[in-house]
Design a protein around this ligand. Structure first.
Ligand SMILES: Nc1ncnc2c1ncn2[C@@H]1O[C@H](COP(=O)(O)OP(=O)(O)OP(=O)(O)O)[C@@H](O)[C@H]1O
Length: 701
């Protein structure tokens, strides 16, 4: 608590005054927007225009709303006088009435949005503006013209501290420098509920990725807690600020591994002023049918394999049939004929154009109608504008088109392929061996595509078929988080939606748990359609203290031997505890560990194998401790301080304190169990308490 008797530092007083003035200026900007009269025109003609203007005005006002708990600025850059403000005091013509003395530096306050006063003078600059880049990147070695960087400390929205860093003098390189006190405090600030933004403390290596240009695929391998998710979300906000026009209506989409994760990150972009970005899972993005079951690992591997694309392609185009009958169209007493070889030639010509199946069907139908029209004209039959349309609608013409080039529904196509072994054998000949083909069969009796028991792996197959029939609409920019778990077929599905290649792909191969996951980043980029893109690495871990990451990293030799050891920016002696519970004592030990963790501040996660978590949740709540269960309770991450997390949903989440119960059970839960355990052990910001009754997995002993 600040001592009320102590006089306030004049710098702090001045900064508080600037903050108050900026708030007032923002209030005025919003009022200006709200009181601007909407164009009033002809009541009918302008109804639409007026509605659009009203909506855009409401949106602009929404963007300018002041959030009482969020400081309007978090940093400041001081440049030599005259660098930024041309009309700064001291630049007046000689003879004007100015106080003598040296001119102060040009100060630029960096915040979440642009704020200007009534005269149009900037009071706060949006963190995404080019000049603000120096706030994140300038270093003593490369000061970028900045004399001094200032960071502020806040208590709620009240400015209470500042930290200055002179940059003008050459000093040590940026790498390896200790982190600032305010950054450490920001990381360690207790969590409650969903993830928050890191706009005040983005680090130089992260900023390079955030501000990468729109027209490229940025791919990042990063150890747990290096800020990949944060980088991806801030990059979207940056691109929307810099390239709003080019991103246009297609907009940006964030793809995450599951709904619990999306719920966890849902507030970050709105807090950065971006309200219109879609967040989706890959299943929802591809969701043409309902997923009703989890896929068997063997089938998942084959269905996720890029060879399936060839199988589906062959099967789709094998729907084309050689024409068997002459098409006869009657007009009055006359009959017009197209013979099978003529129909076949038209189909071949369209096929040779390489257009999607659906567009090809439309072209073929048009060709058939035109060929008949030509025949009529040659015979001197009276034709006009409507004749061609009438031919296109003719029942016999439509029947002939359907016979040669049948309409195709992607889900029905895949259903046919996966339920008819003979058909699959033809399409997969030389591509999949008989054992692989047998593993693909859909279980049970599947009558219709709508009622079939589809899996998530089937979605990518159906999407592949759909993409061959009709190209999907392009997205402006795609952020794919936890991308290490995508199968090649899912990568293809995302790649199909990239208009000009523009994507941010984030992940950690050590955290890959899906049986069909791509083996490495070059493979992923290849399937995404960006084979020339390179991947970069983030190595400085912000979340997990060195004591905990060191413990978890013992698993790396087994799960990802080629990756670099993660580095921690923070050290926290005593942050790791391992407790051996006696036989039958696991539940009691877990409850005790949770109670102890709850005595500290912030959010607590209890992570256990999927099969054990409901029981442990029962044990905790039975002991009178409030806890939500992730995956079962809505909004579980914010509902209680203690959240019980099945290991399969822990990916991407974090808690101040984590209790991991029975690591051996997590490691033993399927072929990627050790990866799942690595994820569970790397969710803690402050403390990790491992409780176990069974022996720990070998590398952790
Ligand atoms: N520059 C930063 N300033 C403050 N906090 C940061 C910074 N970078 C990362 N963090 C914090 O570190 C934590 C981890 O970040 P994030 O979840 O983005 O990491 P990640 O690499 O996606 O981790 P994982 O691989 O485990 O999903 C978050 O709490 C985030 O706010």
């Amino acid at each position: 608590m600040p001592d009320p008797a102590r006089p306030v530092d004049p710098e702090i007083r001045a900064e508080r005054a600037h903050l108050a003035a900026a708030r007032e200026a923002l209030r005025r900007m919003r009022e200006d927007v709200l009181t601007t009269r909407t164009a009033v025109g002809d009541a009918v003609v302008d109804k639409y225009t007026n509605a659009v203007l009203r909506r855009s005005r409401a949106l602009r006002a929404e963007h300018l709303a002041d959030l009482p708990d969020v400081p309007l600025f978090f940093g400041r850059l001081d440049f030599p006088p005259g660098t930024v403000h041309e009309d700064a005091p001291g630049t007046e013509e000689p003879g004007t009435d100015v106080a003598p003395g040296p001119r102060p530096d040009d100060a630029v306050h960096i915040g979440r949005r642009n704020v200007h006063d009534a005269a149009g003078t900037t009071m706060v600059i949006d963190w995404r503006a080019p000049i603000a880049g120096a706030f994140y990147r300038a270093s003593p070695r490369e000061p970028m013209g900045v004399r001094r960087r200032r960071r502020y400390g806040f208590d709620g929205a009240r400015l209470t501290a500042y930290e200055d860093e002179p940059l003008a003098a050459a000093g040590p390189a940026a790498d390896g420098r200790p982190i600032s006190g305010l950054l450490a405090a920001e990381i360690e600030r207790p969590r409650s509920g969903p993830m928050r933004d890191i706009v005040a403390t983005i680090q130089p290596d992260q900023d390079d990725l955030v501000r990468a240009p729109l027209d490229r695929v940025v791919c990042v391998q990063g150890a747990p807690g290096t800020g990949k998710t944060a980088v991806g979300l801030h990059r979207v906000a940056y691109l929307l600020y810099m390239e709003r026009e080019r991103l246009g209506r297609a907009g940006a989409v964030v793809i995450g591994p599951n709904r619990a994760f999306l719920d966890y990150i849902r507030n970050v972009l709105p807090a950065l002023g971006e309200l219109g970005v879609a967040h989706t899972t890959i299943d929802d993005l591809l969701g043409r049918v309902e997923v009703r079951r989890a896929e068997e690992p063997d089938a998942a591997r084959i269905k996720g394999d890029a060879r399936m694309a060839e199988v589906i392609r062959r099967d789709l185009w094998s729907r084309l049939r050689p024409p068997a009958e002459t098409l006869v169209v009657r007009t009055g007493a006359r009959r017009w004929r197209l013979y099978p070889d003529e129909l076949a030639a038209l189909a071949d010509e369209v096929r040779g154009r390489g257009v999607p199946y659906g567009a090809g069907r439309g072209l073929f139908a048009g060709r058939v109608a035109r060929a008949l029209l030509a025949r009529m004209e040659e015979a001197g039959w009276p034709c006009d504008d409507r004749t061609l349309t009438a031919l296109g609608r003719d029942r016999d013409v439509r029947a002939a088109v359907a016979e040669v080039w049948p309409a195709c529904d992607p889900a029905r196509l895949v259903l046919g392929l996966l339920t008819d072994p003979g058909r699959l054998a033809r399409a997969a000949d030389g591509v999949l061996d008989p054992g692989e083909q047998a593993a693909l069969a859909l279980p049970g009796r599947q009558r219709t595509a709508a009622a079939a028991r589809w899996s998530d792996a089937d979605l990518a197959l159906i999407d592949e078929a759909a993409g061959l029939i009709e190209r999907p609409a392009a997205l402006g920019h795609v952020v794919v988080d936890e991308a290490q778990d995508l199968s090649p077929m899912q990568c293809r599905a995302i790649g199909r939606r990239l208009g000009p290649a523009s994507a941010t792909v984030l992940g950690d191969l050590a955290q890959a748990t899906h049986p069909a996951a791509v083996p490495d980043w070059p493979a992923l980029l290849h399937h995404l359609g960006a084979p020339d893109a390179a991947h970069t690495e983030l190595v400085r871990g912000y979340r997990v203290p060195e004591q905990i990451i060191g413990f978890a990293a013992r698993l790396l030799k087994e799960i990802a031997p080629t990756l670099r050891e993660p580095e921690a920016v923070r050290s926290a002696p005593g942050s790791l505890r391992v407790t051996a519970a006696g036989d039958g004592g696991l539940r009691a030990a877990a409850v005790r560990a949770c109670t102890e963790a709850l005595a500290g501040e912030g959010a607590v996660g209890l992570i256990a194998a999927d099969g054990d978590i409901a029981d442990l949740h029962g044990a905790v709540t039975g002991a009178g401790v409030g806890a939500s269960l992730l995956g079962a309770d809505d909004g579980a991450m914010g509902a209680q301080r203690l959240v019980c997390v099945p290991a399969s949903l822990a990916k991407g989440l974090e808690f101040d304190a984590v209790v991991v119960a029975e690591p051996a059970r997590i490691a033993g839960s399927g072929p990627r169990g050790a990866h799942r355990l690595y994820i569970a052990l790397t969710r803690a910001v402050s403390t990790l308490h491992v409780v176990h009754a069974a022996p720990l997995p070998e590398p952790l002993r």
